[in-house]
Design a protein around this ligand. Sequence first.
Ligand code: CMC
Length: 391
Amino acid sequence: TGMITIDPGFKNTGSCESAITFLDGEKGMLRYRGYAIEELAEKADFLEVAYLLIFGELPNKEQLNTFHEDIKAESQVDEEMKKILDGFPKSAHPMGVLSSLTSALIAFNPTSVNISSEKDMYHSIVKILGKFPVLVAWTMRKKKGLPLDYGDDNLGYVENLHKMMFKKPSKEYKCNKIIIDALDKLLILHADHEQNCSTSAVRITGSSHAGLFVSLSAGISALWGPLHGGANQAVIEMLEGIQKDGGDTHKYMAKAKDKNDEFRLMGFGHRVYKNFDPRARIIKKAADEVLEDLGIVDPILDIAKRLEKVALEDPYFVERNLYPNVDFYSGIIYRALGIPREMFTVMFAMGRLPGWIAQWREMRLNHEPIGRPRQVYIGETYRPFKPLEER
Ligand code: CMC
């Protein structure tokens, strides 16, 4: 009660206290639980980072091993889930499929709804960490018309994800360390980003004490949009469009600046980062390295670099502090790894999973109240009802 302040887009409104991710938009700084993103991307693997985000500390060997074993014990999904997937047309966007499958999981794991102890919470967490990579892989296999399969518990978490995505029937699976390392790095860079749109969706959904899986499904839906996670697919489509159109980056810059044109430079700008996005720096370097290591020459990378250069020198972009964000170069790496563009945002969701889980867990452990913003009503005052014949 009292004065209600309106803050569209919550640009200056904090929704919670959090001890998970620190982000300094002026300095371009990002830390998970106090650890710098640059160091984590270089030295940690995705599962360690997941543990760190969720439980607050880097695991020792034994903790990591137990965590991984508990996850592996949950790496099967109910066979009936295949029928649900089967019901989708092949043309369905993988993000819609993933969000639906994640919701559907609850029907086969009903005990995951009532979370009354940290033990229950832990069970739900390892369950979803076990099953989500299967859903991600199946979503892609459906798109590619490949048979659905399960993973291999002898592999590391990310390698197993890769195998489930790419294993060809009746062919032996071989992995390339460069690819697994690149995937690990991308997933780590996406793993958390404090109270962004999808994370806020997860926290607010969970604040009604809806279960973890459906809260995550809400997060996946929020991530889908092109202003958020969907930007990585939009970037590649934009770069391909520029390439087809003769490679004239200046023309697209003019479109992006034109206020009568809806077009925005995808992969540019960020709500919080106003000097640079530290993730974009790491990804740009990784894109160069991965393409070189794999011996791929992608003309799209060249267009991206030219576009970045033009934008960084343009007064419109300089005045508005618009820099490449995490999504600008990530799609180029995904492409090099053979991941279809409609799967890019699904890969973002895979990376963001531990962050969403950590944020949901923190919200529940802090006993946060239900999220329920207010409004200022600007509609009609009282009007007497008019019967249908008189309208
Ligand atoms: N191209 C052209 N103009 C832009 C862009 C862009 N990419 N981004 C912002 N602007 C302009 C905007 O038109 C506005 O201009 P003016 O002051 O003249 O009205 C000004 O810059 C401020 O923009 P805003 O929309 O008020 O900023 P915001 O904080 O609400 O939006 C954003 C942030 C990321 C949604 C936006 O920059 C954008 O749409 N970028 C393109 C989509 C994208 O790359 N999204 C990925 C974000 S990072 C990863 C993630 O969150 O998933």
